[in-house]
Design a binder for this molecule. Structure first.
Ligand code: PAF
Length: 283
């Protein structure tokens, strides 16, 4: 069945309240559209958890800095609706910029500890835009569960902490990374890659798997592991490392000897496209 498309905040709130009166639980997957298998896995997980499902499709301007890919961010609403229909999504929330950021808009939400780390170093205003839009969407949809992918590990952590700090009732679920059969993590931005770049982008996943193997063999010299990764990545002519970081998975501070759960996160420019990926290493 084709999902109901809701474009206004008032109508979305009415729909959620009606479901709540009927005692139905709501799963919510916020997206910027151009859905891929990663999004669909979140939608399926949401349908297992709750009675009804909402997907938002909104390319949020405040999380893009001037000069980033806001204008060329891939969009295909018809295809997104088809995919949502196949996944039996109940409602697609598809607001306009005027609806989300009307004239006179003034208020932003910022995680002051984590937003300037990892991706925040290259994209200093990005997470402020993400937390602001997600807080607004949480208020509007008022879901029982909201689902995010682990590929954006920093985003998931920041949103989890935001939900805790600001007392949102929505439970945050973080689901595993979904990969293409050849290992490339699914991302709407993969569409920007030329065939040659697409091939060279495999080095992100390959270098993570190599570090996992060395870690299992007992290697703990993080500088050595980082150098090995950087060398492998930069040996591909289209690839340039933005960052490779071993950080504590909860604080995003540089991993130390006492870090139990280490997030190994990387961002790599493949041509002009910046891709991210990560893995967790346990001590
Ligand atoms: O991960 C995304 O697609 C976006 O950052 C999100 C969470 C939908 C907010 O715009």
């Amino acid at each position: 069945m084709t999902p109901k498309v809701i474009k206004t905040i008032a109508a979305m709130r009415r729909q959620s309240r009606q479901w709540q009166r009927e005692g139905r639980s709501i799963a919510f997957v916020p997206t910027m559209g151009f859905l891929h298998e990663g999004h669909l896995s979140l939608i399926r997980k949401g349908r297992e958890l709750a009675d009804v499902s909402v997907v938002s499709i909104y390319v949020n301007p405040t999380q893009f800095a001037p000069g980033e890919d806001l204008d060329k961010y891939p969009r295909d609403f018809e295809r997104d609706i088809r995919l949502c229909a196949e996944e039996q999504v109940d409602v697609v929330f598809f607001p306009s910029n005027e609806e989300m950021y009307p004239g006179g808009y003034q208020t932003f939400v910022l995680n002051e500890s984590l937003s300037d780390k990892l991706c925040g170093r290259t994209r200093p205003t990005h997470f402020k835009g993400v937390t602001t839009i997600v807080a607004k969407l949480f208020n509007i949809v008022d879901a029982d569960y909201a689902l995010f992918g682990r590929k954006d590990a920093q985003q998931a952590l920041i949103i989890r902490n935001m939900a805790r700090d600001l007392n949102f009732r929505t439970e945050i679920i973080v689901a595993p990374i979904v990969r293409e059969p050849d290992g490339l993590a699914m991302s709407s931005r993969n569409k920007y890659l030329s065939p040659v770049q697409r091939q060279q982008a495999l080095v992100l996943n390959e270098s993570l798997r190599r570090v996992e193997a060395l870690w299992r063999e007992g290697e703990r010299d993080l500088d050595r592991l980082k150098k090995e990764m950087a060398t492998a990545i930069e040996s591909r002519p289209e690839c340039r490392v933005d960052y490779i970081s071993f950080v504590d998975a909860d604080t995003l501070e540089n991993a130390g000897d006492d870090s139990k759960k280490i997030l190994l996160a990387l961002a790599v420019f493949v041509g002009n496209t910046r891709l991210i990926d990560n893995t967790l290493l346990q001590r």
